[in-house]
Design a protein around this ligand. Structure first.
Ligand code: DGL
Length: 268
């Protein structure tokens, strides 16, 4: 038994899709969520910037006294795996569990990857999928417009701008057996993406895969908590805007649980 909280972070709202899943799997745990909205989108950052940000965010979580960290961000998971692996507190990204889930997906059609520009540029998901599924066609699709659309409130499946982007990004994936939502933000607009894919295409959520990996780890190590479940939120951008969007997304008010933190400077 370990009463310490679990740390979860992302550039903004996306990681809440992982937090939602973590809460469903482990309602008795405490969570500290960091939304780095003062520095999003991560998908447009350079590798050097992402390395600095990964270390800063992990340290911020460490200061919160967490027992494990879910880096609920495909961009950092794919660009900085060595930083996550080397951190003294057990830190999990979404890359490995997502690749495992994609490899286990039924069918032998292509495997699609929808992710941020920086994630696709890293090639990490593609390389890992090629290793796990030799001979399979892998189709990586960078989706630079999705995170800015989602963070500015274009989340409804009937939103014309979102629908146009969803149609464009799924065009190459019509024959895919499975498509990875390789950015945690994309779970928020899953319905819109689903509209433009064949019904039989399996959508794999990187956020849910990451959450399950953390649960497995805590279970195996005997580190599960046994409290009533609590959440705290740290936000580097506008806390009121985050509170409103997050409450909507989670389906309950998080008012009173959000604390602003300064935007951390990136010195290269
Ligand atoms: N949600 C993150 C990811 O999974 C970051 C997206 C962004 O800020 O560009 O990649």
């Amino acid at each position: 038994m370990d009463p310490r909280p679990i740390g979860v972070f992302d550039s903004g709202l996306g990681g809440l899709t992982a937090l939602r899943e973590l809460r469903r799997l482990m309602p008795e745990e405490k969570f500290v969520y960091f939304g780095d909205t003062g520095r999003l989108p991560y998908g447009e950052k350079t590798l050097a910037e992402l390395r600095v940000m990964a270390v800063q965010n992990l340290r911020l979580m460490e200061q919160q006294g967490v027992k494990a960290i879910l880096v609920a961000c495909g961009t950092l998971s794919s660009n900085t795996p060595e930083i996550l692996d080397g951190f003294p507190i057990p830190s999990f990204g979404v890359l490995r569990p997502s690749v495992r889930a994609m490899a286990e997906a039924p069918g032998d059609g292509a495997l699609g990857i929808l992710a941020t520009a920086a994630t696709i540029r890293s090639g990490a998901f593609e390389r890992a999928l090629r290793l796990a599924c030799p001979g399979r066609e892998i189709i990586p699709v960078p989706c630079p417009d999705l995170v800015p659309l989602i963070e500015s409130g274009h989340c409804s499946p009937s939103d014309p701008l979102l629908r146009a982007a969803a149609e464009r990004y799924t065009a190459a994936l019509q024959g895919a057996s499975a498509v990875l939502l390789g950015c945690t933000h994309y779970g928020i607009v899953e319905e819109a993406l689903r509209c433009f894919l064949p019904a039989e295409t399996l959508l794999v959520s990187a956020a849910a895969c990451g959450a399950e990996a953390v649960r497995e780890f805590l279970e195996a190590q005997g580190l599960r908590g046994a409290g009533r479940g609590e959440e705290r939120y740290l936000v580097s951008g506008d806390p009121a805007a985050f509170e409103a969007s997050a409450s909507l997304l989670l389906g309950r008010s998080i008012a009173g649980h959000v604390r602003p933190v300064p935007v951390m400077r990136i010195v290269l």
